[in-house]
Design a protein around this ligand. Structure first.
Ligand SMILES: C[S@@+](CC[C@H](N)C(=O)[O-])C[C@H]1O[C@@H](n2cnc3c(N)ncnc32)[C@H](O)[C@@H]1O
Ligand SMILES: [Zn+2]
Length: 298
């Protein structure tokens, strides 16, 4: 974990900020300690739990292969545009990040590989950026799946990765995020409002009716009430700022079809040995952005 990301992270037991302590461990002022995994991520769960909703290794591998072939590039571009247009200070927090593909993309699109504050002036002092200079943002990937977070830990040099649970208090300090990304992932309006900077933005990607329609028989249908459920999950703490429907077609090989079926919840319902044929498939998603409207209500 990068040392400059530790002040963004909070102890899952007492909510104090985390610091590097003696022996290289990470901990809080109260005395709670967390070991860094060899891949570099931290596990910041409030208590030991079984990750019942977390993605499995097969699902994570299928997701990395499928997204790595660029099939969801329109989503990557839309999220990069949201981050580029956000002036609030803070990190990009990708909740339910999976292997962190979208986080890596928005950080790549955001700027050079290091923050301006990492530069050193000739006299050895930190070289602060000139007023108004844009510095490249840091990112945090958070997911309940340790398998996914192991992959996210190395997804980008400006990103850190945390095993955490979106249904609990997030292990992130107040106002730390300029942007919260939530791509096909569970949501927590109270916690998103707490960790977002007051001028920050929440970007949510949800599937629409018609998403992967040609694979309907092998995938789980999109809930027709999805839009209402999205509003119910974010209002009244958040107010809708923008909503963009993206629709595109994907020419998928047999391997692509296998991966798109196995990277989501349909993985649990499909015969693992089933062979698929190549086909053209529709993608239909909504990218919505939200800002905090008032104090958290739930
Ligand atoms: C459909 S995947 C989306 C992954 C990634 N955002 C993407 O689009 O590539 C949903 C993700 O949510 C994670 N997840 C499920 N329940 C969670 C929870 N309670 N807390 C954090 N992450 C969770 C899963 O492990 C999985 O990685
Ligand atoms: Zn603590």
């Amino acid at each position: 974990m990068r040392d400059d990301l530790l002040p963004v992270l909070a102890c899952p037991v007492c909510a104090e900020p985390l610091v590097r302590v003696d022996g290289g461990q990470v901990g809080c002022a109260t005395g709670h300690r967390f070991d860094e995994a060899k891949q570099g991520h931290l596990t910041l769960l409030p208590a030991k739990r079984r990750a019942l909703t977390a993605d499995t290794p097969e699902m994570v591998d299928a997701r990395i292969r499928f997204l790595g072939r660029g099939h969801y590039a329109p989503v990557e571009r839309a999220l990069a545009a949201v981050v580029a247009a956000t002036e609030a200070p803070g990190v990009v927090l990708d909740v339910g990040s999976g292997p962190g593909t979208y986080l890596a993309h928005v950080l790549d699109a955001d700027g050079p590989d290091e923050t301006a504050s990492d530069a050193t002036a000739p006299d050895g002092r930190p070289d602060s950026p000139p007023a108004g200079a844009v510095t490249a943002r840091l990112g945090v990937a958070l997911d309940l799946s340790a398998v996914a977070i192991r992959r996210a830990a190395r997804v980008h040099p400006r990103a850190g990765a945390v095993v955490g649970d979106v249904t609990e208090r997030l292990p992130v300090v107040d106002d730390a995020a300029a942007v919260v990304l939530d791509v096909f992932a569970p949501r927590n309006q109270r916690e998103y409002a707490r960790v977002l900077h007051p001028a920050g933005v929440l970007a949510v990607v949800t599937p629409r009716t018609g998403h992967l329609a040609e694979l309907a028989e092998a995938t789980i249908a999109v809930d027709p009430e999805k839009e209402r459920r999205l509003r119910d999950s974010l209002e009244p703490t958040f107010a809708l700022r923008s909503s963009e429907d993206l629709t595109w077609t994907m020419d998928l090989s047999a391997a692509d079809v296998h991966d798109v079926v196995h990277m989501g919840p349909s993985h649990h319902h499909v015969d693992p040995g089933r062979v698929f044929a190549p086909t053209t498939v529709t993608a239909a998603v909504t990218v919505s952005t939200w800002t905090v409207a008032g104090p958290p209500t739930c």
